[in-house]
Design a protein around this ligand. Sequence first.
Ligand SMILES: Cc1cc2nc3c(=O)[nH]c(=O)nc-3n(C[C@H](O)[C@H](O)[C@H](O)COP(=O)(O)OP(=O)(O)OC[C@H]3O[C@@H](n4cnc5c(N)ncnc54)[C@H](O)[C@@H]3O)c2cc1C
Length: 382
Amino acid sequence: MVDFTLSEEQQMLQELAREFAMENVRPMAEHWDENSEFPMEAIEAAHELGLMNLHIPEAYGGMGMGTLDEVVVQEEFAWGDPGFATASYSNGLTAAPIITGGTEEQKSKYLGRLTEAPRIAAYAVTEPGAGSDVASIQSTAVKDGDHYVLNGSKMWITGAGKADWFFVLAYTDKSAGYKGMSAFIVESAWDGVSLGKKETNMGQRASDTRSVNFEDVQVPVDNLVGGVEGKGWFNAMTAFDLSRPNVAAHATGISRAAFEYALQYADERETFGKKLHQHQAIQFMLADMKTKIEASRALTWKSAWEADNGIRNTESAAHAKRFAADMAMEVTTDAVQVFGGYGYSEEYPVARLMRAAKVMQIYEGSSQVQRMIIGREMTRNL
Ligand SMILES: Cc1cc2nc3c(=O)[nH]c(=O)nc-3n(C[C@H](O)[C@H](O)[C@H](O)COP(=O)(O)OP(=O)(O)OC[C@H]3O[C@@H](n4cnc5c(N)ncnc54)[C@H](O)[C@@H]3O)c2cc1C
């Protein structure tokens, strides 16, 4: 039996997130984007309302919710502002490998730091020379007594400028290939950690993206994730099964926002004596946009539901992330088309949404990488 009904609790959570997005996020979206301003005040407000750190277990001060609960909230956040959604979800992505692979002490200390106050954690895997091809990273961590000496440069790290701590992937044994990678929790205040300048990105400018350098950083052995070397690749990749449904929800929220603006405009604007949506070409365009949103949400919810029910969701998360991201690009492009010349102007929100949509096809595994994952999953038992 398939049931798409949200529980009463989930409906209340959705309502809370929707009101929060309407009051605290949407009205600030243009300002944050125009000024490249990090939305700390809104993150603090979300923290206060219990809308942050949803997936962190209650034992560490989190909300102890499931992935489906989380995606319902994340769609609303991205509807309000995609940059806010990305900036606030940095915690979700970074907490995931600690929840699944951290030691009890690491969970208690570092997840606890995220839940006791509005703090940011950042996921530092990508490097200047290695994005899709994670195994090509150059960062190294060499054991020296009771600590590791970490060296390397990370690039495009969401939330880096505000991070309290980082999840960092580095080689402890280069000769062992991806099995020689280990993950570390590195505090931003430690000696040898330095930040690059905030990148000027095409969109989602509320989010803070920058490089992070680690120069002879002394990382205590207690901060080796899971306490075992060689598990870094596994730690870093399993996080995506939990995070990709959320990124797909962000893409769905972007599409929904663009569609709503386009529908409203198509009802207000008249050409050739008719409202825009009375021209069948425009009506069909709007109909296709709506189908793409419904399909994106269905794939997103399925992958989240699988995660919550202990079903391996690597493939369904890749379907959801790839499809919803590609649809967000198509839907926002069509929304600009419905607005005509006004759509091309930053005076109207659809241009900002189109700029915001592009990165959905690039980060957390590009659309090409998602197809590689789907291809690998569908052929592995042949
Ligand atoms: C705004 C933003 C925020 C980000 N946040 C984070 C973060 O918080 N933490 C983090 O670690 N990283 C982050 N990233 C990095 C992001 O994950 C990478 O940019 C992404 O994985 C792609 O890597 P790349 O940029 O090195 O592109 P490349 O890997 O060089 O790829 C370039 C192009 O080639 C395609 N391609 C590559 N290999 C193949 C192949 N085998 N077959 C077909 N096509 C291929 C890619 O899809 C892409 O279109 C962020 C990036 C951006 C832009």
